[in-house]
Design a protein around this ligand. Sequence first.
Ligand SMILES: [Zn+2]
Length: 248
Amino acid sequence: MKPFILLLITALVGPLTWAACPPAVSKSILFENDSGYSAEWTFKNSAELRLRADLSEPAYLDYAAWVKEHTPLTAIGLLQNHLNILIRANLPTLANNIQKVQDIISGKIGDIHPLTCLESVPLLEFLKVVDLREHSMEFIASVYTHAEDSKIIGDFYFTGDATSVGAAESQIALEKREELHRSGWVFESIYHNHPFVFRDGFTDIGGNLAPSEADLNYFLRIAPQTAIISNGIDSLVLQNDEFLKLKN
Ligand SMILES: [Zn+2]
């Protein structure tokens, strides 16, 4: 495209249209071993980051196509599916779990939205380490803000298929949290994924956005402003005061 035409278009539609998602910022590797790495991104906070991610990365498109191929269910449908499995199990010990999932489905607690640009950053990174179509694994990341800046610190490790055990934060991520706290950064979100499990023998296909009891205990312990759980297509955001509500 000729420069003057590009200038004209930019003048007509404004610069926001050209904002890249994911944001074009380089990551720094904080720690690395044979199974993966912990990384950090720093970028300017912007409203676009909170908008729906319109991604064209081949790894993401392959992932999204794979999900679509295996289930027509939306985030609510997946929660409903999970709820039906809990109800069918007919165990008194699951009463809290059932209530929790019902509260999320009804919209009483939490907010479900399509994957945002900000949320796509750790997800795209994890897809470089783990093919989620082959392995049901979880990443964990934290979001921090300070004045006009945002930071994401994430752990991206090949942990082996452990569908019932979530990813634990790395030592370096915990140290970074302390350091950022001391320098006035706000701990905005803790964020992890719930992978799909489209395999024979699994009645629950995963990808449901409800936090586990272990998730809730962790959120309460580290106390971010919000917690995000994503299946890579949609995400659930819980506010800090909702962590405890879901436990009761
Ligand atoms: Zn979880």
